[in-house]
Design a binder for this molecule. Sequence first.
Ligand code: UFG
Length: 326
Amino acid sequence: MKILVTGGAGYIGSIAVEKLIEAGDEVVVFDNLYQGHREAVHPDAIFVQGDLADKTAVDAVMRTHQPDGIMHFASYTLVGESVQKPFMYLRDNVVNGANLLESAVAHGVHRFILSSTANLFDDPERMPIDENERIVPGSPYGESKFIMERLLYWMERLYGMRYACLRYFNACGATAERGEDHDPETHLIPLVLQVALGQREKIVIFGDDYNTPDGTCVRDYIHVADLAEAHILAMRALDQGSRKYNLGNGRGFSVKQVIETAREVTGHPIPAVIGPRRPGDPDVLIASSETINHDLGWQPKYPDLRAIIETAWAWHVKHPHGYGKD
Ligand code: UFG
């Protein structure tokens, strides 16, 4: 298939591109490079620099390349930032997302995969969280993804669009060639590894008074290559119907467990101090991915936190300052 990948120069998007190309698909990347890196784009992908806010540019890429399907990764993704800048999130994730949908419909592209989020589930009634959990977006970011999920529902009813919403829990890890390079970095695993690289003095644990066994937040860490695989399986299955899947490992690890595992992997003591809670962090978020396992046979190849951190560490050692800065 020929797949248009928005955000294909970003962390998760670039690894999905790598896996699509390995699977024999043709890929067109559309990315404004605000957060992504040109160096992250697989050399066999066609790269178009452009912004989803620019409807003419979006229409041009659809007309020129006529993709069979779209994987839509491009968006802002930080829960905390979205509370500070709600309109930036609504404009970029929703208004620009609607540009992409409108253009897809106009050009007869009827397969769409949305990067959605565990932030749809701010107040879960059951753990692990399955697809029947009630949706309570935890931030303007989560809300922006929920609105996109709802728009896709209408795209299917009105125009026959087939779609999959993939709700990621905590994406992490790296392939040999591609990894996590955000500026500024806010995610736990790369920050911990920056301490091990000597680029930071210590890691601050955001609160140790949560309702969890060691008092620190528990999250479900899922390897980006496993996420990429889920996208490919979901795209191939769309002709049998639209779907929504929660994507995680089904196991939770606390912030302290992540730091301890990183100490074992890196051999560095990684000093840690307890700081205040970060607003908006729930105690525990763990996914049930039984539905995608049942429907598509998807299973994580990296269920083990240590193996995930090893892949991230290998990439950080090779690219201590990220893409294009070595
Ligand atoms: N944490 C620390 N110290 C840090 C950074 C993070 O203690 O310096 C903690 C956080 O409080 C949280 C855990 O580590 O408990 C993981 O935090 P991340 O920032 O790595 O990831 P988040 O869980 O906040 O967010 C991720 C994605 C979001 C997505 C969310 C869904 O970045 O896009 O998971 O749960 F919405």
